[in-house]
Design a binder for this molecule. Structure first.
Ligand code: HGY
Ligand code: MN
Ligand code: MN
Ligand code: MN
Length: 396
């Protein structure tokens, strides 16, 4: 199963994976999920926001235990970020059936749609819609690089976007959500553990910096006469690194668009997207304010106009202590508890239902890259830990 999943999203034309929401690769993953669910006799459904659910038992009973993650990826992503949580959910159910576990609560396995936000620019669209953290109107405004809107993409993929929106009835039937995820860092590698439990998700956000300059000839325009937005962009990238280092935070300009994007033309507009994260809100505010101040100062000196738009933001998410501690107890009390700078559907849902996360060791810590990896033994340890957790929560 694992090998099969890894092949689903890998396209010959990319180094890694491009499982973007509502594309052919996404459809392949969704088909795989439905086949896995139906092969196990689970009741398969897609909710109003396109998230996939596979139920064991009657959801109407309430107090369900749910586990899953996402199957989409970032551009040239890896095979583990997301899929490991979904594959492990099915494998953990198989393990519980091998153990002859008797379920006293409904169980659901899930694939939350469009977690990475790679196509429409907003992360966790499926879980944000369900949790009421993204309105239908705002979702309808999302469009990809080709100008295709989210509803049009959903429709083209055979889903009715008219129904998207909050799903409180569904969430009211869930007593606990546990997401297993490959660690995107090296804490478990450094501690020598195969599995860990998440304590919190750092506050993080995405800002769009628009540097407006003056298009001109690259060969004939004197340096003193230039209003070059690329220069201010470059200064801002350096400022971001400086501010983050000073504060012990992270800041990345990972995406840029340039107009008119010609080798021999001084740009008229450089658009850069900042992703910044810190262990606490005050630090994050200091870093992002420092970056913006440096950008405005340089822009002013070079006749560049700057607009900054905060496109998305997730405050710190402390996972439910009671559920986190229950997981630790079920797993023997010696499992390391670690924070993360990565956002997750579990983080979004933690505002509505008790959620917890299990992490599986990633020996290099590399993620959002084809080099992302987790050793098979550690993946098995993750499945067994998830099976223990599900048994402890749903099979009393
Ligand atoms: O960006 C994140 O932290 C997550 O991988 N979507
Ligand atoms: Mn990711
Ligand atoms: Mn992920
Ligand atoms: Mn996630």
């Amino acid at each position: 199963m694992w090998a099969e999943l890894q092949e689903i999203g890998r396209h010959p034309d990319t180094r890694g994976y491009r499982r973007y929401a509502w594309t052919g690769a996404d459809a392949d993953c969704r088909t795989w999920f439905q086949e896995q669910a139906e092969a196990r006799g689970l009741t398969y459904e897609t909710d109003r926001n396109g998230n996939q659910w596979a139920w064991l038992g009657d959801p109407a009973q309430g107090d369900a235990v749910v586990t899953g993650s996402h199957l989409d990826s970032v551009p040239d992503g890896g095979a583990f970020d997301g899929p490991l949580g979904v594959v492990s959910a099915f494998a953990a159910l198989d393990e519980l059936r091998r153990r002859g576990a008797e379920f006293t609560r409904p169980l659901a396995l899930t694939n939350f749609g469009d977690e990475e936000g790679a196509r429409f620019g907003l992360a966790c669209v499926g879980s944000r819609l369900t949790a009421g953290q993204l309105t239908k109107d705002k979702a309808y405004e999302l469009r990809d690089a080709d100008g295709i809107t989210l509803p049009a993409a959903m429709e083209a993929a055979g889903y009715d976007p008219a129904a998207i929106g909050p799903d409180p009835e569904r969430l009211a039937r869930i007593g606990a959500f546990v997401e297993l995820h490959v660690e995107q860092g090296r804490a478990l590698d450094l501690s020598g553990d195969a599995v860990g439990i998440a304590s919190a998700i750092w506050p993080h956000g995405r800002w769009r910096y628009d540097f407006h300059g003056e298009a001109n000839h690259a060969g004939t325009t004197r340096l003193v006469d230039r209003r070059d937005p690329m220069l201010t962009y470059a200064e801002t990238v350096l400022a971001a690194r400086r501010e983050a280092e000073l504060a012990g935070a992270v800041a990345t300009f990972g995406k840029i668009s340039v107009e008119p994007n010609g080798v021999n033309a001084i740009p008229s507009l450089v658009r850069g997207w900042l992703d910044s994260r810190a262990a606490d809100q005050a630090t994050l505010d200091t870093v992002t304010a420092g970056i913006e101040a440096a950008a405005r100062d340089h822009a002013q000196r070079h006749g560049v106009d700057l607009t900054v738009v905060r496109e998305s933001f997730t405050p710190v998410i402390e996972f439910e202590h009671a559920l986190r501690d229950e997981l630790n107890k079920i797993l023997g009390g010696a499992v390391p508890v670690l924070g993360t700078g990565a956002g997750h559907d579990a983080g979004i849902l933690s505002g509505s239902i008790p959620t917890a996360m299990l992490f599986v060791r990633n020996p290099t810590g590399v993620s959002h890259s084809p080099a992302e990896f987790a050793a098979e033994d550690d993946c098995v340890a993750g499945v067994l830990a998830l099976a223990d957790v599900l048994e402890g929560l749903a099979c009393r």
